[in-house]
Design a protein around this ligand. Structure first.
Ligand code: SF4
Length: 256
């Protein structure tokens, strides 16, 4: 009888629910897009660290421009590429708040390259979540700085060619040499195991800011089925079998 009752109460218990830090609204992201997964990871971490009343997100221009619709905490917007300049100002004016930027590869690694490098080099006490899906998605699937060699996009219809289009920009490898940087890790969200690892890394990046340890960036290899022209399943395989070969997962710097 005891076990029957216990089983019934476990079966009716809600073990998967929406974090307080996520709003209850329909998503605008395409089926299979990685952004929703990364939004949820961040929301779970914010709940677990109990920082919902202290956190301020700076959202980018790109598909995640509407992130403020999904996070149930303060979120502001910056001009394209300027998230880290805005975040620097907010954090310096309100050092007790926890400030992070959420940026795609076009925002962080193209128009915002200067802001990224200088905020990292200054060692700003900030957290950056960098979503790399290898393409400019919001504007129609053009080549991004992180597009792989041979990858077809709207502006590289025969595949990216290094001689003509330059090489993919490896942001974490580039930032690792800067003295101001505390923690850099590249993760992905193509499987349940990788989502668990991604959450651990993002939590550590927020922990670093709470402890005043300086600049942390987590790069997340993410899926854009719509503009990489793949099914959802093929997009997951693409991350695992191709993208993470060119952008190896792992810790690039950890000064803790
Ligand atoms: S276009 Fe790509 S990145 Fe943008 S919402 Fe759709 S799947 Fe996501």
């Amino acid at each position: 009888m005891f076990f029957k009752k216990r089983f019934e109460s476990m079966a009716s218990a809600k073990i998967f629910k929406r974090p307080k830090s996520l709003t209850d609204v329909p998503t605008h992201y395409c089926a299979g897009c990685g952004h929703g997964i990364v939004h949820r990871i961040i929301a779970e971490v914010v709940d677990e660290l109990d920082i919902r009343e202290r956190i301020i997100a700076v959202a980018p221009v790109g598909c995640a421009v509407l992130a403020y619709d999904y996070w149930n905490f303060d979120t502001t917007e910056s001009a394209h590429g300027r998230c880290l300049a805005v975040a620097t100002a907010i954090k310096r004016i309100m050092p007790d708040n926890i400030v992070f930027t959420y940026q795609g590869d076009g925002d962080l690694a193209a128009i915002g390259t200067a802001e990224t490098i200088h905020a990292a080099n200054r060692g700003e006490n900030l957290t950056v979540v960098f979503v790399n899906n290898g393409v400019y998605a919001m504007t129609g699937g053009q080549m991004a700085p992180t597009t792989l060699i041979g990858q077809k996009t709207a502006t590289t219809q025969n595949g990216r060619n290094a001689a003509c289009d330059g090489n993919p920009l490896k942001v974490l490898e580039m930032l690792a040499v800067l003295d101001g940087v505390t923690y850099l890790e590249r993760v992905s969200v193509e499987s349940p195991q990788s989502v668990i690892k991604a959450k651990r890394a993002i939590k550590k990046a927020f922990d670093n800011q709470l402890a005043g340890r300086g600049f942390s960036m987590i790069e997340v290899l993410s899926m854009c089925p719509t503009y990489t022209g793949r099914s959802v399943e093929a997009s997951l395989r693409w991350i695992k079998e191709r993208m993470s070969k060119d952008y190896p997962l792992g810790v690039y710097k950890d000064r803790i």
